[in-house]
Design a protein. Structure first.
Length: 125
């Protein structure tokens, strides 16, 4: 009898822990990132950044290639993801290739990819 109760208690604790862990893996924290808007195709293939790459980066973003932000605070790159309810904010971010801006949104980390669901964009200067 004691072992059955103990086993059920341990099983419940493990199940509860796994549930909390799996929910936290997809937790969404709202943050503001400040950094350079990247054309991820050129950045990932040959590290292209900065004003010298601006025309190419803007051309790539205008074609619909993936965009990201190189966060100035920690050097991390985040994929920009459109929030369908706030699509204008995402479209606005794409106009700032190779420029520094602030993006506010939910940070989503899933299967090794980190992204920001774009909710608000603020241009520098």
């Amino acid at each position: 009898m004691k072992n059955t109760i103990k086993s059920k208690l341990i099983g419940s604790l493990i199940a509860g822990s796994l549930t909390v862990f799996s929910m936290s893996a997809f937790a969404q924290e709202t943050k503001t990132l400040k950094g350079e808007i990247l054309d991820l195709s050129c950045y990932m293939s040959h590290g292209a950044t900065g004003q010298g790459h601006k025309a190419c980066a803007q051309g790539c973003l205008d074609k619909g290639l993936p965009a990201g932000i190189l966060n100035k605070a920690d050097g991390q790159v985040y994929l920009l993801v459109e929030d369908h309810k706030l699509s204008d904010a995402y479209k606005s971010a794409l106009k700032y290739a190779a420029q520094e801006i602030e993006i506010t949104g939910k940070i989503i980390k899933k299967n090794g990819v980190q992204s920001i669901l774009v909710e608000k964009v603020k241009a520098e200067g």
